[in-house]
Design a protein around this ligand. Structure first.
Ligand code: UD1
Length: 352
C-alpha cells in the first residue's frame, strides 16, 4: 500500500541532512514523499539555494514564517503546519534535526495522531540553555521512529527509555558522495570560521572578544569567514564590521560544496555549529569549537571545546602540532549501508 510521507524542513542544515533521503525516495514506489518548507531560513542563500544544489524537487509549499522570537516563530509554524498536515493527511511526518521547524513539525503531527520519524535522533549536549537541546528532547519523545546517527545517540535514548535505531548519518552520506568528486587539497594554509550561536554572537562583549581573537589569528594565517545573517547583523549593530573586514575575509553564506572545499583547504576550523563539527572531523581537520559542550562526543580529540578568550592560544597550539593523521579506520558515524537506505527501508515496512 502507498505510504504518504511529509518531510518538514526549514533551515539550511535540515535541507542538507534530508537531501539523500529525498533523492533516494524516488527508488521506493511504495513511498510518496513530499517536502514542506517552513521558510524559517528565508534568505535564498540559506534555503532555496540548497534545493538547487542537491537537485531536489520543489517543496509542495513554503510557509515563509521567517524569524521572530522562539515562541512566535514556532507558534506561526505550528498554526501553518496544522492546516498543511490536515489536508495532506500523511502516514508519517519525517523530521530531520533539532531546529524550531523540527519542534513545530513534531508537535503538530503528534497532536494530530500522525506517526513522527526523527532523523538525527538521540543527540544530546545536556545543556538546556541551547534551544536545540529542548527541541531534540521534545521531538524524540513525540517520535515513533528514532533514527540515530551513532551508537552514542542510541545509548542517550536508552537513558530516556526510548528505543533508537542506529542508521548512520545522512550528513556523512552527503559528504562522502561529494568527496568522490573533489580533488584533495594539499595547501591547508587558512583558517575557516563559522559562528552563529546566540550565546556567541548576540552579546556585544562575547562577540567583540571572539573578533579580537580572530584578528590575532589573522596576523599569522589567512582567516576565511562566511557569515551567517544573524552574525552579520550583530557585527553591524555592535560596530565591529569594519574592524573585521580589515583583517578577515568575510563572505556571504556559501553553498555546501564551496563550504567543504574551503574546509579541505584549511589548517584549522573554528566553529560553533553542530553539523560542521562532524564534517570537520570526517575531513580530519583540527577543530576549535567555541562552546562548552558538544553532542558529537566522537569528534573530541581532533575537536577542542574552548571559551572565546582561549581561541587564539588554542590555535597557536594546534598550528604547531604535527600532521593530522589523514585516514581513520574508526568512523563512529558510519553504518555499512547508506543511512538514507536504512531510513527508507524502515519507513516502507512501517505498519499503521
Ligand atoms: C537555526 C537553528 C540552528 C541551526 C541554524 C543553522 C533553531 C532554534 N536554530 O539557527 O539549530 O544550527 O539555524 O543556520 O532553529 N536570519 C536571516 N536570514 C535567514 C535566516 C535567519 O537574516 O535566512 C537572521 C534573522 O535576523 C534571525 C536570525 O538570523 O533573527 C536567527 O534565525 P533563526 O532561524 O531564528 O535561527 P538561526 O540562528 O539561523
Amino acid at each position: 500500500m502507498l505510504k504518504k510521507i511529509v518531510l518538514v524542513v526549514g533551515t539550511r542544515p535540515q535541507i542538507i541532512k534530508a537531501s539523500p533521503v529525498i533523492k533516494r525516495a524516488e527508488q521506493y514506489p511504495e513511498l510518496k514523499l513530499r517536502t514542506v518548507n517552513t521558510g524559517q531560513h528565508y534568505d535564498e542563500l540559506m534555503n532555496e539555494v540548497f534545493f538547487k544544489e542537491f537537485k531536489l524537487p520543489d517543496p509542495i509549499v513554503n510557509l515563509r514564517v521567517g524569524s521572530g522570537s522562539h515562541a512566535s516563530q514556532t507558534g506561526k509554524m505550528i498554526l501553518e503546519l496544522e492546516s498543511v498536515l490536515v489536508s495532506e493527511s500523511p502516514d508519517v511526518v519525517l523530521i530531520p534535526g533539532d531546529t524550531n521547524s523540527a519542534l513545530a513539525g513534531a508537535i503538530v503531527a503528534s497532536k494530530l495522531g500522525i506517526s513522527v520519524a526523527h532523523i538525527e535522533s538521540g543527540a544530546r549536549s545536556y545543556d538546556m540553555s541551547m534551544p536545540e537541546e529542548i527541541n531534540r528532547r521534545v521531538v524524540d519523545h513525540c517520535s515513533k521512529l528514532l533514527f540515530a546517527v551513532s551508537r552514542a545517540c542510541v545509548d542517550n535514548l536508552k537513558k530516556e527509555r526510548l528505543d533508537g535505531l542506529f542508521t548512520g548519518d545522512t550528513m556523512y552520506e552527503v559528504l562522502s558522495s561529494l568527496l568522490r568528486t573533489l580533488a584533495p587539497n594539499s595547501a591547508c594554509d587558512s583558517v575557516f570560521v563559522t559562528l552563529h550561536r546566540p550565546s556567541n554572537v548576540d552579546n556585544r562583549e562575547t562577540l567583540s572578544k571572539i573578533v579580537s581573537e580572530l584578528c590575532n589569528i589573522s596576523e599569522v594565517m589567512r582567516v576565511v569567514f562566511p557569515v551567517h545573517p544573524r552574525t552579520r547583523e550583530n557585527l553591524r549593530m555592535f560596530k565591529l564590521e569594519s574592524l573585521v573586514k580589515e583583517k578577515i575575509e568575510l563572505l556571504d553564506p556559501l553553498s555546501y560544496e564551496e563550504t567543504m572545499r574551503r574546509m579541505l583547504a584549511s589548517r584549522v576550523v573554528i566553529t560553533d555549529s553542530g553539523g560542521l563539527q562532524k564534517e570537520s572531523f570526517w575531513l580530519r581537520k583540527l577543530t576549535i569549537t567555541v562552546r562548552s559542550t558538544t553532542e558529537w562526543i566522537e569528534t573530541l580529540g581532533l575537536n577542542r571545546l574552548v571559551k572565546p578568550q582561549d581561541i587564539y592560544s588554542t590555535f597557536c597550539l594546534l598550528k604547531d602540532a604535527g600532521d593530522v593523521p589523514q585516514s581513520s579506520e574508526y568512523n563512529p558515524f558510519l553504518a555499512n549501508r547508506p543511512a538514507s537506505e536504512l531510513i527508507l527501508n524502515t519507513l516502507s515496512h512501517l505498519n499503521g
